[in-house]
Design a protein around this ligand. Sequence first.
Ligand code: HEM
Ligand code: HEM
Ligand SMILES: [Fe+2]
Length: 479
Amino acid sequence: MLTSIKTNHLTNEGQKLGMMYFRVAIILFGAQLIMGLIAAIQFLAPGFLFELFDFSVARMVHINALVVWMLYAMIGSTYMMLTDETGHEGVAIGLGKLGFWVLTAAVTVVVLVYILVQVGPGEESTLWLINEGREYIEAPRWADIGIVVVVLIFYFNVFATYMKGEKTGIMTVMVANLLALAGLYLAGMFYTDNISMDQFWWWWVIHLWVEATWEVFVGTLAAYALIKIIGAKREVVEMWLWIEVLMLFGSGILGMGHHYFWIGTPEYWWEIGALFSALEPVPLIAMFVHVLYDWGKEQGIHEAKGEAKSVIANGPAMSWLVLNAFGNFLGAGIWGFFHTLPQVNIYTHGTQFTAAHGHLSFFGAYATILIGMMYYGLQRTYGLERMKSTFKSKMGIFLIAFGVMGMTIALTISGYEQVLVERAELGATWNGFFIAQNLPWYIQGQLWRAIMGVVTFVGFIYLVWDLLTIGKVSKEAAA
Ligand code: HEM
Ligand code: HEM
Ligand SMILES: [Fe+2]
């Protein structure tokens, strides 16, 4: 990936910019994992780095880095496909590059401030300079404003290019959805003293991102990737995409009610949240079926023509795409459905069960397909017709998937124990909370999470090693 900076076959500035976003994304992914490992150790040994690098800080950087690397990779993916889909070289990409450097400088400063200023008073100036205190999107005000400016530039690149170029169905969904996605960020920017109101709006960002606009984004990426990687037919792919969009928004928008059970919002949200969020797995099943169906169909057509070779033009990208189909359905669909009805959520709310779902869903639905897009970007960068998985690609995907699944199972067991002991038996009391945390099932779950976290990290090292070398290796093999 680094060599690709110099020996670059991309003549297209938009795609070059996409690769720049990918490079930062992967670095932030690494930072996320290191922070996760520190926080996981602190679950087992609470004194670890106490007052040097507290759990609150490690956890905060862990989940903020998660959101930021994914946004970087999403912007990168958009630039990768923008010029391709529209058949236009891209409008004002130079400005987009400036935006990239501004954003990256801002992210660096924000992270340094998180790490250097760990504790202090919570004042008006804290909101502006240090931290906004909203889980997942903690960036202070000044950075918020900077982010909005950079996103406006990005959106201008996308919109203006779309207007000038060819308007495919995929691009139309992309352009409309990005407007909603970016606009929702604003809901997390204003401040109120009322915690219920604050949470009400905060969920507009978090839930309406991950269960509506980000999912639609994944739909467009998968559609594009299927066309590029296995030569799926555009008409079929776009028809599926429109159905997915309808189902995702139809269930996901009001499904937000499943976060309004506990924050002081009116009780009618129980029914709304229960009904609509229970429907949310349906589009995820559709997305799963679609990817596998198209793959089977294209391979079948290929073989019927007497061509024995696999229909897949990019092995690692396709592996990650298929993992996305499974992971999205399992992590968001199944693990989400488990606790989405108020009758269940009354026991599971805020236990390690939630953390289990959070890990598998973010990984399954987003990390997977975004990594797939990075591999696709590399294939373009090196101008390769085919790119096969290497040993490192396989180790990377296997260890990461195995590690995250292992962490999820471990946390599910810890959460199950909390539900039984802390919630059901001891009636969700303060005392119950501590008793449950000291029982072996809980502690062993945390231990296995840490072990599986290390497995994930080893997988990540293979992934980076592969991303750095696969282009060159494939190029030499092709020659
Ligand atoms: C890719 C999509 C999804 C992602 C990334 C995701 C991620 C998360 C995360 C990180 C949380 C914890 C939030 C917090 O810090 O409080 C959460 C909570 C929750 N998610 Fe999801 N989720 C997704 C889809 C779903 C779906 C489809 C459902 C239901 C079918 C669902 C049901 C829930 C529920 C009920 C909670 C609240 C848990 C509690 O009360 O503690 N999620 N989700
Ligand atoms: C080295 C691997 C990892 C380790 C050791 C790790 C560890 C942790 C720890 C200790 C927490 C705090 C949990 C709590 O407050 O109870 C956490 C939260 C979280 N992590 Fe990870 N993590 C890892 C990888 C990942 C990955 C790959 C993702 C997703 C792509 C992810 C997504 C999240 C999310 C969404 C939360 C917040 C969950 C919630 O509040 O419900 N983590 N992680
Ligand atoms: Fe949600």
